[in-house]
Write a protein that binds this ligand. Structure first.
Ligand code: CTP
Ligand code: MG
Length: 251
């Protein structure tokens, strides 16, 4: 089966506060989008399949910078594949939709991955693809939640009243890459297209669109290394983790 990936890199990174868009900010020796692409290309599913094409979303004024960041991203472990950089949209949902419109026609399985989750390991990518191959039309990686989570009504600068406390054992904080049978994802985006133009209505992940379309979503175990780089603190942590020797002493 042919696996392709939409790599979302069209955000500005406002919370990171860097002069460059977040995806091209260098961390641990390479732009975030290059780390993320390399992990996608290095992944091998149980049946030997791998990502054979990348569609990358970029801010309109930074298409060339994102393309430059991805030049030569393949290596021995991660052979080069066709990379197409497209202009993203006003929201992440709109950017993914733009990426889907540029998919190669032969793609059966589509991964959607955030450049901001630059250090998601290849084994996580493979786990998601394997679950799609096993018959799940939509797959997300998720980690148990360590904090107690409250639902809050009418939040403002002074705070807001608690509605309720969902039981923690059923909660999972979800990550990317998320994996889909192509038709499931394309159908969900088409049904939810009217939400895409505005941050207030847009889906924050693609599986949410599948749920809204009445589809089933399967959660596989996530990985701490796939944490999203959002603030300067996350960059410090990512640099430190990258510099640390792996358990057992070898990388
Ligand atoms: N993204 C995108 N198009 C958008 C918004 C976000 O492709 N219109 C991508 C980002 O590049 C990122 C991922 O979606 O890889 C997750 O978004 P987030 O972490 O929120 O990144 P930014 O939107 O860039 O950051 P911020 O919200 O702090 O501005
Ligand atoms: Mg954002």
């Amino acid at each position: 089966m042919s696996v392709v990936a939409v790599l979302t890199a069209a955000g500005s990174g406002s919370r990171l506060g860097h002069a460059l868009p977040k995806a091209v900010v260098p961390v641990a020796g390479a732009p975030l989008v290059a780390h993320a692409a390399r992990a996608l290309l290095a992944a091998r599913a149980a049946d030997g399949s791998r990502v054979t094409a990348l569609v990358v979303t970029a801010p309109a004024e930074h298409v060339a910078a994102v393309a430059d960041a991805l030049r030569g991203v393949g290596d021995d472990r991660a052979p080069a594949v066709p990379v197409r950089v497209v202009v993203g949209g006003a929201t992440r949902q709109a950017s993914v939709a733009a990426g889907l419109a540029a998919l190669p026609p032969d793609a059966d399985v589509v991964l959607v991955h955030d450049a901001a989750r630059a250090f998601a390991p290849p084994a996580l990518v493979a786990r998601v693809v394997d679950a799609v191959h096993a018959g799940h039309g939509a797959v997300v990686p998720g980690l148990p939640v360590v904090d107690t989570v409250k639902r809050v009504a009418a939040w403002d600068a002074d705070g807001g009243p608690v509605l309720d406390t969902p039981p923690r054992d059923v909660l999972r904080a979800v990550q990317t890459p998320q994996g889909f049978a192509r038709d499931v994802l394309v159908h969900a985006h088409a049904l939810g297209a009217d939400r895409a133009g505005d941050e207030a209505t847009a889906a924050s992940d693609d599986a949410g669109l599948v749920e809204a379309a009445g589809g089933r979503v399967w959660v596989v175990p996530g990985d701490e290394r796939a944490a999203k780089i959002t603030t300067p603190r996350d960059v410090v942590l990512a640099e430190a983790l990258h510099a640390a020797p792996a358990p057992g002493g070898t990388l």
